[in-house]
Design a protein around this ligand. Structure first.
Ligand SMILES: NC(=O)c1ccc[n+]([C@@H]2O[C@H](COP(=O)([O-])OP(=O)(O)OC[C@H]3O[C@@H](n4cnc5c(N)ncnc54)[C@H](O)[C@@H]3O)[C@@H](O)[C@H]2O)c1
Length: 483
């Protein structure tokens, strides 16, 4: 009996996480050190590998549900005007309540192109900043509220941190951070400065995802048990267009799911991550890199002897509330585009790729939906039922902005909805739809999956990035005016 109690106690302690300076129940196995020197600990009792959770500095507060004073106009500066950035400038030019103050890139011609997109919307020209370090001057300007970052991945965190330290809110492209240390840097800076730091995860605003989230929140699928998401996109037409070849370089040097956020975002909102739920641990596996090295040869003319990123990476995550998440990444091979987006609940099922549809145990009692006698959960509901459901459960945000979003465009409208919601929340002093902990949780899959893969698919603890505040909110919520 005594033995049993001791073992149970040890397990409870193990489950409590590994904070800085905490040593009980963890073996420090030197073989667990990652090639980059990251210090890892494996719990002797659960076998789970734990990474270090830095202590929150005294006096620093979490930013769960952060509200700041409403802005009259959102004055914005853009950094990074390659393939992605200029269209964000155009979208802001077309949006009420915004003023585009500054544009920055390393290259003059890129700034000029974005400036033209801005003036074509009828807005005045913005001030321009050109060169490697010019972004710092943009962040230092006193007349900017929001710095919008669309550069290559390794610049995201240094720029975001600098901007917040200079009193700015930050919107940063995906993934916001490329490793755990960078995730903690974003969190500590947002908490220290009490500034918003939103990752620009647009896929949570696609129409099917928004509607399905609304249906889930209204209980149509029962209890959600399993969610899926991915980034499966053959990038062979794009590789050579990234400035300085940054994207292939990063893939060459890093193993793991380095671009998880498009799959993670919509899945995370369905299971209410850090709004009464949290991810406990992740297990990952990858294929060998087969196509990646071929692209290096084509683009750089050299052999890639040690290409790290497996062509296909899969991760499975267990949540505190007993759900599973399955996330995949393949940007190398000839597959139809897919973000997988799937959910299984006790009463229903939703799926976006390759066939979009819903299945339910019983739809006969859903008011306003056609009743077919042969409806059953073994197949998707017929198209007219799906259409009626999607109309009935159209998300209030979509109702408000769909027409304008489809007109302005940007991945069919979801990019505009993302920017619109960011501006709407800033103008109304509301918590943003995505906070710094979302940015960290969804981006952290990169390094956490790498650690798992490098240790024979061992389970790796997903740190509680809120450091204890994950139960403060109850369920995922888009805030609306007056709340
Ligand atoms: N959410 C989406 O759907 C989506 C789609 C595409 C790209 N992205 C993200 O957008 C970001 C940019 O991707 P991209 O395809 O535009 O890449 P890109 O290489 O075309 O553009 C990056 C730009 O950043 C600029 N830059 C780099 N360092 C700079 C510095 N020090 N100062 C100023 N400018 C600097 C480069 O000159 C370049 O113009 C990436 O994070 C990517 O993951 C997101």
């Amino acid at each position: 009996m005594k033995k049993f109690i001791t073992a149970a106690l040890a397990l409870m302690l193990c489950a409590a996480g590994y904070a800085q300076g905490e040593t009980h129940n963890h073996s420090s196995d030197p073989q667990l050190a990652s090639p980059d020197g990251t210090k890892l600990h494996r719990c002797k009792h659960t076998g789970i590998i734990k990474t270090k959770i830095p202590q929150r500095p005294e006096g620093q507060k979490d930013v769960v549900g952060l509200r700041v004073a409403p802005l009259d106009t959102v004055r914005v500066g853009f950094i990074g005007l390659g393939m992605r950035g200029p269209d964000a400038v155009r979208r802001f030019g077309l949006m009420e309540g915004t003023s585009v103050k500054a544009l920055c890139d390393k290259h003059q011609d890129r700034v000029d192109k974005a400036q033209k997109k801005l003036t074509d919307t009828g807005r005045p020209a913005a001030d321009v900043y050109v060169g490697d370090e010019a972004w710092k001057q943009l962040c230092e300007r006193p007349d900017i509220d929001l710095v919008y970052i669309a550069t290559d991945w390794v610049n995201h965190v240094p720029m975001a941190v600098y901007a917040m330290e200079h009193g700015k809110h930050v919107a940063v492209e995906v993934p916001a951070a490329m490793n755990l240390d960078e995730c903690w840097q974003l969190i500590d800076t947002a908490e220290k400065t009490q500034k918003h730091c939103m990752m620009l995860e647009n896929c949570v605003y696609d129409f099917f995802e928004l509607t399905t989230l609304n249906m889930a929140q209204q209980g149509l699928f029962g209890d959600i048990l399993h969610v899926e998401g991915s980034y499966i996109h053959n990038l062979e037409d794009f590789w050579k267009h990234y400035e300085g070849n940054w994207r292939l370089d990063f893939n060459e040097k890093h193993r793991g799911d380095v671009y998880a956020t498009h799959g993670m975002g919509p899945a995370a909102q369905l299971v209410n991550l850090h709004r009464g739920n949290k991810m406990n641990y992740i297990v990952s596996m990858d294929t060998r890199p087969a196509t990646g090295p071929k692209h290096v040869k084509e683009i750089s003319g050299r052999e890639s002897a040690d290409f790290k990123n497996g062509d296909h990476t899969m991760s499975m995550i267990q949540t505190e509330n007993g759900q599973t998440m399955h996330i995949q990444h393949d940007v190398m091979n000839p597959r139809p585009y897919s973000r997988m987006y799937q959910l299984t609940g006790t009463e229903g099922f939703a799926n976006k790729y390759m066939q979009e549809g819903y299945a339910f145990r019983d739809v006969s009692n859903i008011e306003g939906v056609p009743d077919h006698e042969d409806l059953n959960s073994h197949k998707f509901v017929p198209e007219d039922v799906k259409k009626a459901l999607m109309e009935k459960y159209k998300h209030p945000i979509q109702k408000e902005i769909e027409e304008e979003a489809r007109k302005v465009g940007g991945h069919g409208g979801m990019d505009y909805i993302m920017d619109y919601r960011l501006v709407y929340c800033l103008l109304n002093g509301l918590p943003l739809d995505q906070d710094v902990y979302d940015a960290a949780e969804w981006s952290a899959i990169g390094e956490l999956s790498r650690i798992s893969i490098e240790n024979n698919s061992s389970p790796v603890e997903v740190p509680d990035f809120t450091r204890g505040a994950w139960k403060k909110l109850n369920g995922y919520h888009h805030y609306m005016k007056g709340e």
